[in-house]
Design a binder for this molecule. Sequence first.
Ligand SMILES: C[S@@+](CC[C@H](N)C(=O)[O-])C[C@H]1O[C@@H](n2cnc3c(N)ncnc32)[C@H](O)[C@@H]1O
Ligand code: SF4
Length: 342
Amino acid sequence: MEYKCCNHILGSIDLSFSGFKYCNEVWEGPEYISYKEENAFDKNEKRRIEIINNMKNGIIPERCKLCPLLEQKDWKEFDGKIHKITIFNWKHCNAACFYCSVHSEFFDGVKKSADYDALPIIQKLIEEERITEDTFVAFMGGEPTMLEEFPQIMKLLLDKKCRIEVLSNGIKYEPIIGEMLKAEKNNTICISVDCGSKEAYKKIKRVDKFEEVSQTIKRYIDDAGINSSRIKVKYIIFPNVNDNKQEIDLFFDLCKKIGVKTVARAVNHVESKMSTTKNQVIEASVIKSYKYFEEQAKKYNFELQPEPWADAIVENKVYNCRKISIMTRLKSELHFLLGKKN
Ligand SMILES: C[S@@+](CC[C@H](N)C(=O)[O-])C[C@H]1O[C@@H](n2cnc3c(N)ncnc32)[C@H](O)[C@@H]1O
Ligand code: SF4
C-alpha cells in the first residue's frame, strides 16, 4: 500500500537509556515508553501497529512530522520481523570522556544494566522468529564490554547470524568481539581513540589507558585476520584539544604501527542534533583538521569510513558555522598549524 511511513516504524527497536521506541535517528520520533511502565515492551509493539494504521490514514505522530526519513511509497505490509535493533540501555563506562554525549557514569568494572535487562527481550524476539539473518544490531551504551549480559546477548546474535556493530572505547579486550569479527557477516567494531598520544588520551578520555587501547586494537586485528578492515578507529575532532596536525600525525603513526586498515573522523554532534537553525560556530581549525585527516587517510591508503552527519556539520548544512570574525578564524588556523591553545 502507498502511504507516508518510515523504515523504523516498520521494524526497528530502540532499547534506549530510559525506555523503548523505534528510531535512534536525528529526529525525535515517537516518545519513549519508559521501562518503569508495566509491559513496556508489549506496549511499544502495540503502539507500532497503531502508528502504522494511523500512517496508512495519513496521520503522522507530531514528533515525526518533519523527519527526513518519512517517505511516501508503496510500503511492504509489516510482518513482525525486526530489521534493526539498537541496544544502549545502560550508561556505565570505564572511561570518562569529557565530550561524552550520553553523560556516562564512571564504573571501572562489569555490571548489569540498572534500568532494564535486554537479554530476555532478545531471547523472546529470537524464539518468536522476529530476529533473522537480516537483522542489524548495534551496541552503543555506555561501554558494551562493561555490560555483564553483553557476551550472552552477542552469542545469541552470532548464532542467529545477525549483522552486528559494536561501538567501544576498546579499553577492555572482549573475546566474543574477536569471534564476531571472524564471522561470515560483515560485523564491525568502531573504537574512538581521538588522539595519537598518551598525554592527549588522558586529557580526552580522562583515564590513563592509551597503551591498553592500542593493545586491544592490535588483538582484534589479529583475531579478525583477513577481515581486519572491520575494525574502525575513530578520531573525534574537538577545538583546542586535538584539532592540530601534530596529534593527527601521531594518530596515523599509531594506526600504521598496529596495522589498522579503516579510520573514521567525526566532530562534536551534541549540539548539532535537530538544530537546523542554530547559528553555531565550528572552528576553522576543526574544519581544517577534518580535511587534513582525510588527506592523511588517502596518503597512507587507509579506508575512510563515511560519516554523513559529520560531513553535514562541516559543510555547513546543519547550522551556519562560517559566521565568525576574521580574527577568530586566523587564531583558529594558527592553532591548527601550531597545536597551541589560543
Ligand atoms: C556514547 S558512545 C558509547 C560506546 C562506547 N563507550 C564508545 O565510546 O565508543 C557511542 C558513540 O558516540 C560517540 N560520541 C560520544 N560523544 C560524542 C560527541 N559529543 N560527539 C561525537 N561523537 C560522540 C562515541 O565516540 C561512540 O562512537
Ligand atoms: S567511552 Fe563512550 S560511553 Fe564512555 S565516556 Fe567515552 S563516549 Fe562515553
